[in-house]
Design a protein around this ligand. Structure first.
Ligand SMILES: *Cc1c(COP(=O)(O)O)cnc(C)c1O
Length: 430
């Protein structure tokens, strides 16, 4: 990866980049209802892989419809492990270190509880102000349930975009049980150096839980090589698993016996079908499962993982950097004079695969992009309060030409005051 990119402003530059793109063919593997619509929100809900449609149709008709209960012994029972081992390769974990189950919030709850329970002498939890609200709520609730003896402390951010590692260095002490952070921040895309944070926490005897929701399938993650303890994440963003698809949970092999789940369910038992009265945790990662896996939603995750594995995370990250740099270049040239500010780190090494641009009229600009009232293309980014427009770059299906069109359209909306024709009234989901 070179630090130098040779971009120019014209549409021909985008076309040249698309032409040279080794991943260009992957776009054809996705369901694209309208070729003219530009989707830049794959960091919130990834597109539908075509394979998922046929796979689900078969699972419904043949497995659920025809084979019924027999399907449990014809693949369903092993499905969580089979698919989880594919996901493990995407985040650099070993076999039997990742399990897909529940939601990210629930999995985080199980692990935060497990860590506090395993470190009774330590009372501090360190996170940061850029973390996703559900993560902070989950930590607050566990603190409550442990009787309020713990304190959750949040590392500040000087600019609302990044957190300085020195702030973590200051907060993580010998009383710290847990450091829980998003690897890539949901608003700014700031990305921590996982190795440095793991080393820092470990040097003070604390454990680290990473939330990989905005990282898995977007950046190169290597949980094993960086000595990561635990992680959680969702599969409906860059992994293209579908709305509300099951989340995942990773626990380093070295810790699996030490961390207990607060929710003892039969799927976490060593032998669910013995129907024993006494719970005995399963060996390995399945002890963190709780109840019956959601087979159809789980099955729907596999095609997205297969596409990423076939494309290779190295190639995906390479293209993502090129595309986010291109978006930054165009924004710098065409949008900064219109009142836009950069809401993401300038250095791609410290950045995930989305870009936030800040503008006081961000909400109405988004509305104008999504609902054009003339023949302009529909462009779907998302809005994150108070003033961020997030552009999700998903290299498996985002093209350079789409990025070029999106920036041109934003320029037109702002310079032509098109956004003034839209209401500032917020919808429930933004
Ligand atoms: C998307 C996301 C979540 C979502 O949690 P759910 O339980 O799936 O709703 C949690 N944390 C982070 C950091 C996220 O980006």
């Amino acid at each position: 990866m070179t630090d130098q990119f040779d971009f120019s402003l014209g549409k021909d530059c985008a076309e040249k980049l698309d032409h040279a793109d080794v991943l260009a063919g992957y776009r054809r593997e996705f369901f694209i209802a309208d070729e003219k619509e530009i989707y830049l929100d794959g960091n919130s809900l990834g597109r539908l892989p075509l394979k998922t449609r046929s796979l689900l149709a078969g699972a419904i008709d043949r497995q659920w419809g025809k084979a019924l209960i027999r399907s449990w012994n014809e693949g369903w029972y092993d499905l969580p492990k089979v698919i989880s081992n594919k996901l493990a390769r995407i985040v650099g974990a070993g076999e039997d270190e990742v399990i897909m189950c529940d939601s990210t919030s629930i999995n985080l709850y199980k692990l935060v509880w497990g860590v506090l329970n395993s470190k009774p002498g330590r009372s501090r939890i360190v996170s940061d102000v850029l973390n996703f609200p559900t993560d902070l709520y989950v930590m607050q609730s566990v603190v409550n349930q442990f009787g309020g003896q713990h304190q959750l402390v949040l590392a500040p951010s000087r600019d609302g975009i990044q957190v300085d590692i020195d702030e973590l260095d200051r907060l993580i002490d010998e009383d710290t049980a847990l450091v829980a952070l998003s690897h890539v921040a949901f608003k700014s895309a700031f990305m921590y150096d996982m190795q440095r944070v793991n080393d820092l926490a470990h040097s003070r005897g604390a454990l680290v839980i990473w939330d990989l929701s905005h990282a898995a399938g977007a950046v190169r993650v290597n949980l094993s090589d960086t000595g990561a303890d635990m992680a959680v994440g969702c599969t409906y963003k860059y992994l293209n698993g579908g709305p509300g698809s099951p989340a995942f949970l990773y626990v380093n092999k070295k810790l699996q016996e030490q961390i207990n789940s607060p929710v003892w369910g039969w799927f976490g038992d060593s032998n669910p079908f013995a129907f024993d009265h006494q719970y005995k945790p399963a060996a390995g990662i399945s002890r963190f499962m709780v109840g019956t896996p959601p087979i159809l939603s789980l099955a729907a995750v596999e095609p997205g993982l297969d596409l990423l594995l076939s494309a290779g995370m190295e190639n995906v990250r390479e293209k993502s950097i090129r595309q986010t740099e291109y978006l930054n270049y165009l924004s710098r040239e065409k949008l900064t004079h219109l009142g836009f500010k950069f809401g993401s780190p300038a250095d791609f090494k410290r950045r995930g695969s989305h870009i936030s641009l800040q503008h006081p009229e961000a909400y109405r600009i988004c509305q104008a992009m999504i609902n054009p009232d003339d023949d302009s293309p529909c462009i779907i980014p998302d809005f994150r309060a108070p003033d961020n427009i997030r552009f999700g770059i998903t290299p498996l299906y985002t093209t350079f030409s789409e990025i070029h069109q999106a920036v041109a359209r934003v320029e037109q909306i702002v310079s032509g005051k098109v956004f003034e024709r839209y209401s500032a009234k917020r919808q429930a989901v933004t």
